[in-house]
Write a new protein. Structure first.
Length: 133
């Protein structure tokens, strides 16, 4: 199950670069990709770009957190790491709610994260039972 979370961390890192770099670089007046339909005010456009950059940086930091947790403790069966990774489905749902156009793409990663948590909980409980005798 650690591979699922590791891949989700990589996916979050890729997604973060899309938000931090690609979206702010779009031409706001482009009819399909821009947001000229929303506003032509340059200050608001700058705010939208800034907002996407900040979201991208936050997502990048979260992706690093997921990868570090998987490598650092989850593979060894540490309970704290499992608890930390419980946030992954919630964060992915929040991403889908904040950016509704990503919801269809995020359904599979959300389901994979929930499934990995359920499977790994059984493994964690087995490890705890062995340790406590």
């Amino acid at each position: 199950t650690w591979v699922v979370f590791f891949l989700l961390g990589i996916l979050i890192l890729i997604f973060s670069s899309y938000n931090a770099v690609y979206i702010p670089a779009l031409n706001p007046t482009h009819p399909d990709q821009g947001w000229a339909w929303l506003t032509t005010d340059s200050e608001i456009i700058d705010y939208i770009k800034f907002n996407f950059r900040v979201q991208g940086l936050w997502q990048f930091a979260y992706g690093l957190f997921v990868i570090a947790t998987v490598v650092g403790g989850f593979r060894q069966g540490e309970r704290w790491a499992w608890i930390g990774l419980c946030s992954v489905p919630s964060v992915l749902v929040l991403m889908a709610l904040m950016m509704p156009w990503t919801a269809p793409v995020l359904i599979i990663p959300i389901a994979a994260a929930v499934a990995a948590l359920v499977v790994s909980l059984g493994q964690l409980n087995t490890k705890i039972r062995k340790e406590t005798g």
